[in-house]
Design a protein around this ligand. Structure first.
Ligand code: PA5
Length: 465
């Protein structure tokens, strides 16, 4: 049993032949120094040299900065203000529509799916501890999905108290992303039509950059709570800004524990020696297999059903950060055992281009369910009676790893002690640090997303022609 996130890579290490992991140690240390120099540059008041732009390295110190500010200023700190505003909204509404795309919603979704009840939205309010139902929109342009949510919200019309009300959290750093902006206009109009412009104001929380259209709109509308996404923190690195912390607080999650987990990972990144440093070791294994064996497909193989959105968050982080200049591994999220029945065949016997990193949680959040003994044993399961569902998952995990090892398929494991805020804080920070460290190692600027601008521009041209 582990008591903090552990990264285990013995099974992958066995397959790294031509070049020992140790060879990478000094270049990884240099890359880590570069990451830290980026943070210092981002924090300094001077301008960022052109060759380092864009530079959104402010995410790294956020956990410690926010925790220190909270310890000093309590309710007046950003964490304190987020908690107060989230509690206010929670008490007023039973549904919240969270609008945002990419880095502006995936962190919130990952936290929601990993840490709230799997059927949260279907439970009655009392069984949800008064926490509103959460719906994600503004991350696509799907007429039926938008209409479907508007229809659902309209059914709450006759209920009184919070059960009859809904609110909006709109998240966009730039404030100009079309998907989110259009959805905000549509839902804002529906909310204002429902409760009136004055009351709607208290039910809308924008989270945005210091400048931009959403910031201007929020100021003009006079929304009482508007939270910032700092200039020096990029969208996919913003989970520890209000973009992740406000939804987390709304969901009743322990945001201090989340930040403490992230701060603990920072400590290990800076101080743990190579071989015991989850960030540096993870990057080293990924790089060796990519460089020596052309394994440029990175499968994040999650075990159980609650980590899929964590995987989607990571897909976006890795793909947008390093998929540049014709470089960058391709991330894929897998949910096991579900996907052993869809992708398992290919991973066992297909092209040898994959590194499989398992993401496994040692203990379930709820009491283990045993397989019952039944008088009728025609399904043959009495032989397993008394074993629990976690026992089955652990056996599938262990068995799959063994099968891959026998076929010389590389695996590594990220083990979490349990699924809670602290462990997820460690994990998110580990993967963000690993991504920027790898970027600096291979000479790709991990910040910015120049390629995404092309579709936005052309979409705009078509719409305005
Ligand atoms: O990581 C990124 O920068 C992107 O995925 C953005 O988060 C995404 O494009 C949304 O941008 P914005 O928050 O400006 O609406």
């Amino acid at each position: 049993m582990v008591d903090r996130l552990e990264y285990r890579f013995d099974a992958a290490h066995r397959l790294i032949e031509r070049r020992d992991l140790q060879d990478l140690e000094s270049s990884l240390r240099t890359a880590r120094d570069e990451v830290l120099a980026d943070v210092a540059t981002a924090e300094a008041d001077g301008s960022i040299p052109p060759e380092r732009q864009p530079l959104d390295a402010g995410f790294l110190r956020l956990p410690e900065t926010l925790l220190a500010e909270h310890a000093k200023s309590g309710a007046a700190s950003l964490v304190g203000r987020i908690r107060t505003a989230a509690a206010e909204l929670r008490e007023q509404v039973d549904h919240v529509v969270l609008l945002g795309i990419g880095g502006s919603y995936l962190g919130a979704r990952a936290l929601f799916e990993a840490l709230r009840h799997p059927h949260h939205n279907e439970l009655p309010r009392a069984s949800r501890d008064g926490i509103p139902r959460l719906h994600f929109q503004g991350n696509n342009v799907d007429n039926d999905a938008l209409r479907g949510l508007l229809d659902l919200l309209a059914t709450t019309r006759d209920a009184s108290g919070p059960e009859g009300r809904w609110g909006i959290v709109v998240i966009s750093k730039s404030g100009g992303t079309l998907e989110t902006a259009v959805a905000f206009r549509i839902f804002r109009e529906a909310l204002e039509a429902r409760v009136g412009t004055d009351d709607a104001r208290r039910l809308i929380v924008p989270i945005t950059g210091e400048t931009g259209r959403l910031r201007d709109l929020a100021r003009a509308a006079g929304y009482p709570h508007v939270f910032p996404i700092p200039d020096d923190v990029g969208g996919r690195f913003s989970i520890f800004t209000a973009a992740g912390l406000f939804p987390a607080a709304l969901l009743g999650l322990d945001i201090e524990a989340l930040l403490e987990g992230a701060a603990a990972m920072n400590g290990r990144f800076l101080a743990a020696r190579f071989g015991e440093n989850p960030v540096l070791d993870y990057v080293a294994v990924c790089r060796c297999l990519e460089e020596e064996h052309d394994m440029d497909i990175r499968v994040l193989s999650t075990w159980g059903a609650r980590l899929e959105a964590v995987g989607l968050w990571y897909d976006q982080l890795l793909a947008e950060s390093l998929g540049k200049e014709e470089q960058g591994a391709t991330p894929i999220t897998v949910v096991n055992t579900r996907d052993l029945h869809s992708r398992g065949q290919q991973h066992q016997e297909g092209t040898r281009d994959k590194l499989i990193t398992n993401l496994f949680v040692e203990q379930p959040a709820t009491a283990p369910i045993p397989i019952p003994v039944t008088p009728d044993d025609r399904d043959g399961l009495n032989r397993l009676a008394g074993k629990t569902v976690p026992d089955l998952l652990a056996a599938a995990f262990e068995g799959t790893n063994r099968a891959y090892a026998e076929a010389d398929r590389p695996t590594a494991d990220i083990i979490l002690p349990r699924l809670d805020e602290h462990a997820l804080g460690e994990l998110f920070q580990m993967l963000m640090l690993a991504t920027v460290t790898e970027g600096r190692l291979i000479g790709v600027n991990p910040y910015g997303q120049p390629g995404v601008e092309a579709y936005k521009r052309k979409m705009g041209e078509i719409l305005e022609s």
